[in-house]
Design a binder for this molecule. Structure first.
Ligand code: XMP
Length: 506
């Protein structure tokens, strides 16, 4: 594997993604909390950082831990750090070095630069520049304005690049990473979804033996794939619980439960809708609603798990981005956060936690699911919030309002699927507004509810843009909703981006 040392750059996770796309396993560790060295680490990458090497509190590391023992690649801050620590000069850039640049010279004999053409576009993003290099260092690539765009240290396998090979704007960036990882470090490209399934299942068998595991399924990708891996490892000793909180999509409980059973999972569906509705009665504040939903979930889950005698473990679908938070400026305390799907679990549940996906990114979770032949309907599903329709019904929640919103949502989502638009948007849903408006149907005046449709494009949900759905499609969906859903006489489409709006309305 490759060890990535994080100095806090926003791009560190992207380096990891690129390494894994080359079918090589890698892990990110913060510079101030380094892992034990093991024989399977074949090379090290120093990431970028929002800091300048010239700052008094710039992130520091003992470079001799790795240098000369293993191939080492410094990226951006990593490059400046290695140069600066060894007597090179790093100064504030006189001209802005952000954005696209072209390589005007490349050392074709350097293994890092193998097959990288002249004029290859690279992506720069740095405020400091390497003004001069120490003696044993030699330049292996330059751009028009940056002489030291890449360098190596003579007599050792240490390389550094000023630009960002991990972003797609660096056209040959992936090739540079491949040169480092495959040619220089000698990593075998055998970390595939199939290999992950085999090794994880073997590991889980060893870790869990005959123990019983409880897992809460949500219908989403992560918990489903985690369950499938555990199922392969321990079969009937995995007890899955799928709670109907009365806030799921139309027919979702039955259809998802059905596909879980087809997958061979030992799953119990628990219809607890009335408990959720009772706790939610009269609540209008979004946070109060979230808390109420979280509380009932914990109660129901706790009650159900007590029925599984002798359970030792709690399975969770935690994924890699939940585990590593870039150290950024916050320091090591921000590196790990515990993750619970809905509201957290009570302290008195003394189960040990098993998280088979904790090293995977979301797209890797899907690939692993595909390699286990899981239902594409589950794998390609849009994200759906834990509190479900509870935060899409603005104001208080009643069973009646849930039924109306389920119908509206069903027409919208089915429409997206039928028009081949579902996969083009990242998330979609409908909001029931606490507003009535006047309409006219036939000869009659109506005074009924307004719904808002929301569809967004996004990469990770942190930022999002409203999806530019075709007008004809919106028109068709609006007609269907107003004609078929009793109680709704007006449909609007949300054209706000995040930020400043959020994806959900509550
Ligand atoms: P916002 O509305 O903050 O949503 O832009 C970003 C993503 O998070 C989901 N979301 C939630 N998921 N519990 C969840 O499990 C919640 O309370 C919650 N609130 C928002 C939202 O659906 C979107 O994908």
């Amino acid at each position: 594997q490759i060890l990535i040392i994080d100095f806090g750059s926003q791009y560190t996770q992207l380096i990891a993604r690129r390494v894994r796309e080359l079918n090589v396993y890698c892990e990110i560790h913060p510079y101030n909390n380094l892992p034990e060295m093991t024989d399977d680490i074949k090379g090290v990458i120093f990431s970028g950082s929002p800091h300048s090497v010239r700052e008094a509190d710039a992130p520091q590391i003992d470079q001799n831990l790795y240098r000369k023992n293993l191939p080492l690649l410094g990226v951006c801050y990593g490059a400046q750090y290695l140069a600066y620590q060894n007597g090179g000069e790093v100064l504030p850039s006189e001209i802005r070095e952000y954005g696209r640049a072209k390589l005007t010279s490349v050392d074709a004999n350097c293994p890092l630069m193998k097959d990288i053409p002249l004029n290859s576009q690279v992506w720069m993003s740095h405020g400091d520049t390497i003004a001069s290099l120490p003696d044993a260092f030699e330049v292996i690539a330059s751009t028009e304005s940056v002489n030291v765009a890449a360098y190596r240290i003579k007599g050792e396998e240490t390389y550094a690049i000023q630009f960002h090979p991990e972003v797609t704007h660096s056209i040959d960036g992936k090739r540079i990473l491949e040169n480092f990882i495959v040619d220089i470090c000698g990593c075998a490209q055998n970390w595939t979804p199939d290999a992950f399934v085999d090794s994880t299942v073997a590991q889980l068998k060893e870790q869990l033996g005959e123990d019983r595991v409880i897992l809460g399924l949500s219908g989403g990708v992560d918990s489903s794939v985690a369950a499938m891996l555990l199922h392969k490892a321990i079969g009937e000793n995995l007890y899955c619980i799928f709670v109907d909180n009365g806030l799921l999509r139309k027919d979702e409980f039955e259809s998802v439960l059905d596909s879980y059973k087809h997958m061979g999972l030992n799953v119990k569906g628990v219809n607890a809708s009335s408990k959720f509705y009772a706790e939610l009665e009269g609540l209008t504040d979004p946070e109060a609603k979230r808390k109420a939903i979280g509380k009932v979930f914990v109660d129901v889950f706790d009650e159900e798990s007590k029925l599984v005698e002798n359970a030792k473990w709690l399975g969770q679908g935690t994924i890699y981005p939940d585990v590593i938070e870039s150290v950024s400026v916050k320091g090591p305390s921000a590196t790990i956060k515990s993750h619970h799907n809905v509201g957290g679990l009570p302290d008195y549940m003394t189960l040990k936690v098993v998280e088979p996906l904790r090293t995977l990114f979301k797209d890797e979770v899907r690939r692993v699911g595909r390699s286990m032949n899981m239902d594409p309907n589950i794998l390609n599903r849009h994200p759906f919030p834990g509190p479900g329709l509870g935060i899409r019904i603005l104001g208080d929640i009643t069973a009646d309002k849930v039924r109306i919103l389920q119908e509206v949502d069903h027409i919208f989502i089915n429409g997206l699927k039928e028009h081949g638009l579902y996969e083009q948007v990242w998330q979609a849903g409908a909001m029931l507004l606490p507003v009535q408006s006047v309409g006219v149907m036939g000869d009659e005046r109506t005074y009924e509810k307004v719904v808002a449709l929301r569809a967004v494009t996004s990469v990770d949900g942190m930022t999002a843009d409203w999806a530019h759905l075709p007008y004809e499609f919106l028109q068709e969906v609006s007609n269907q909703i107003i004609n078929r859903v009793k109680g709704v006489n007006r449909v609007v489409y949300d054209i706000s981006s995040k930020p400043p709006a959020t994806i959900e309305w509550e």
